[in-house]
Ligand binder design. Structure first.
Ligand code: ADP
Ligand code: ZN
Length: 530
């Protein structure tokens, strides 16, 4: 569409239909597009798959000049630009992957007004050369994609985004539209102040993804549980499996392949050519399972991802929401499945405790984790909890999450909690010994293991007082005490330690409500191990 430069505001719908081939705008799109075309600033909160791109692409085509899009998704710029060019939109990008010649060509096109959209990596804006370049062309608007990256409170802070603060001073007349799929109240406020968007309008769409079924299960044999899920409900489906570490990505992918499920690994330790190839295959072919660290997925637009499975606990609700949001962009029923256990809590608490960050950083990480744990341990509707976290009134229980479908029972765990806490008290306070959850549970169960005998732990008054619960149930109790902050972990060996709140339980001043994990039906899946 060379020369689509007229400023007739009625053009928006025409552009949508002629260029993008869609009959009408969806949800808030029309209002947003109109507002930006008229020169207004905007903050757009829309869930993944909501249709954020058109909110800046259409105004960029209608307004005179080039729409400058700042995006951290460097790996995807080529694809995005190719897709736009296929529609006849004159698009280009500038990032570190270009050769000198390629860069000069895009720069010349920009200056000569031969582009409709220019995608930029955020670090470009920290260079004076880029700023001088931008001053030589006419800019239709600035679109700041993944705007939550500007927030230090958020879960995905990128220092380069701070340079976006200056856009407004340099180009006060150019409208800016910031877009994100994840923002709590705190993140939203920070985006507004950092980008000086306070004069702008906010467009907040509902964050509900009704076609996604949320399920969080107790972690027992995670790989096998995953295989049961895939074989039982998602045979032949495309999906994403998230793991915390590169090693577990590799192992899980191998395990799935050995069991006849076509799976590919993706993590930052793989060669970039391998990563690109795997990503391209996942997007193009049907029924592939991508096993990945969270390095994978931002900006991936694959409509028919039928499930997102987490084998490890996400660090925040924002991360969980964003990752699970990659399922079911086409609106068809999809599964968000997470396996979660005691070890996850121990590991994450420990990672935060031993992190390099300052006190404020650790507090923030704790708060993020606590919210995630509360979602895992809730006995009420997951969707309601999720929406409330994003300050949206959750409404009635959804009827389509695991807690709605099989309501977990809650039980009075005060006595069980006291048993665990007094065991920890005796180990730490009376004997000054450092032990983790395993030993505490062995003591409660009255097991005469070598390690129990060696440390005389069969002499403790709590030895054998927990035979009424199984080992799995005790792990559940310890997990929930950690989740509720009634117990903490410390040091290299994840020693259990008491918290201030522990004494309220020990002193019978506080009751502890616990969640009884529903026992899933026993599976009969045969697995090939690898
Ligand atoms: P987001 O960036 O919010 O995750 P996208 O902009 O990638 O979402 O859009 C998600 C999908 O919805 C894309 O396939 C897009 O083409 C489609 N889409 C967006 N707006 C419309 C619309 N008005 N009519 C039909 N399809 C749309
Ligand atoms: Zn529900």
């Amino acid at each position: 569409i060379g020369g689509m430069g007229s400023t007739d505001h009625g053009d928006a719908l025409q552009v949508l239909q002629r260029v993008f081939g869609y009959p009408e705008f969806r949800g808030d799109q029309a209002a947003i597009v109109e507002h930006v075309i008229a020169g207004g600033d905007a903050l757009v909160l829309m869930p993944t798959g909501g249709g954020k791109s058109l909110c800046y692409q259409v105004p960029a085509l209608v307004r005179p000049g080039v729409g400058v899009v700042i995006s951290p998704l460097i790996a995807l710029m080529q694809d995005q630009v190719d897709a736009l060019r296929a529609l006849g939109v004159r698009a280009g990008f500038l990032n570190s992957s270009l050769s000198w010649d390629e860069r000069r060509m895009v720069e010349a096109e920009f200056v000569n007004g031969e582009l409709d959209l220019l995608y930029l990596a955020p670090e470009r804006l920290t260079s004076d050369a880029t700023l001088r370049l931008l001053e030589q062309g006419e800019i239709a608007l600035f679109a700041i994609d993944e705007a939550h990256c500007v927030s230090q409170w958020g879960h995905d802070f990128r220092p380069d985004y701070l340079s976006l603060t200056h856009l407004h001073e340099r180009w006060p007349k150019v409208p800016r539209i910031a877009l994100t799929a994840t923002a709590t109240e705190a993140t939203r406020k920070e985006i507004l102040t950092r980008l000086e968007l306070n004069e702008g309008r906010q467009f907040v769409s509902s964050f509900d993804r009704p076609n996604i079924q949320y399920r969080i299960v107790g972690k027992k044999e995670p790989k096998k549980q995953l295989l049961d899920l895939l074989r039982g409900e998602h045979q032949g489906d495309a999906g994403i499996v998230y793991c915390l570490s590169r090693a577990s990505v590799e192992k899980t992918a191998e395990f799935l392949v050995a069991n006849g499920i076509p799976a590919l690994p993706y993590h930052a330790g793989l060669d970039s050519s391998v990563r690109q190839r795997n990503q391209a295959r996942f997007l193009r072919e049907d029924g592939l399972v991508m096993v990945a660290t969270i390095a994978f997925g931002m900006g991936i637009d694959k409509p028919d991802v039928r499930f997102v499975a987490h084998l490890d606990l996400p660090k925040s609700v924002e991360g969980y929401y964003q990752e699970t949001g990659r399922a079911g962009r086409d609106g068809l029923p999809s599964t968000a499945w997470l396996a979660y256990g005691l070890q996850d809590v121990v590991q994450q608490r420990k990672m935060i405790e031993s992190s390099e960050g300052d006190l404020a950083f650790r507090r923030r990480s704790q708060a993020h984790l606590d919210a995630m744990l509360a979602l895992c341990e809730t006995v009420t509707c997951r969707r309601t909890r999720l929406l409330e976290y994003f300050n949206e009134p959750g409404g009635a229980p959804c009827g389509n999450c695991d807690t709605c479908l099989t309501p977990p029972e809650s039980w009075d765990g005060t006595v069980a909690a006291q048993k665990v806490l007094s065991t920890v008290y005796r180990l730490r306070k009376e004997r000054n010994q450092k032990f983790g959850a395993g030993q505490a549970i062995d003591i409660l169960l009255g097991r005469k293991t070598a390690k129990i005998i060696q440390f005389d732990h069969d002499q403790l008054s709590t030895f054998g007082i927990g035979e009424d619960l199984s080992e799995g149930e005790w792990r559940g109790v310890v997990r929930q005490l950690l989740a509720q902050g009634l117990l903490a972990v410390e040091g290299e060996y994840s020693t259990l330690v008491l918290t201030e709140a522990s004494s309220e339980v020990l002193g019978r001043k506080r009751e502890v409500k616990m969640r009884k994990d529903p026992t899933p039906a026993r599976s009969t899946t045969r697995t090939a191990s690898s």
